[in-house]
Design a protein. Structure first.
Length: 97
């Protein structure tokens, strides 16, 4: 079935709000692998992508926040390059007082 086909997406976010950044990260951690502080690689079916987009759009303040999605062509995954650590530290370093 075509609807069951997964696509890899690179999803990045930015927000001036520590609280929203934490919420965005927590939601995305449930859908993919964190590869940078605000960048995730997610393997999603079309229905999962649409639900995730809807949830993210409800969480952000569109005048202040940004969430971007880039599809990764299936054959390019084997051609990706990586330098440095394989995964960043899972600890968030923002301190909110």
């Amino acid at each position: 079935m075509i609807g069951d086909k997964c696509q890899i997406w690179v999803i990045a976010y930015d927000s001036p709000s520590n609280k929203r950044r934490r919420k965005l990260a927590k939601l995305l951690e449930g859908h993919g692998l964190r590869v940078q502080w605000s960048v995730f690689e997610c393997e999603l079916r079309e229905d999962q992508l649409q639900r995730l987009r809807l949830r993210l759009s409800r969480m952000i303040v569109s005048e202040q926040d940004s969430v971007r999605f880039w599809p990764v062509p299936l054959r390019s995954g084997s051609q990706s390059l990586h330098l440095g650590r394989t995964m960043p530290s899972p600890e968030w370093e923002d301190r909110v007082i």
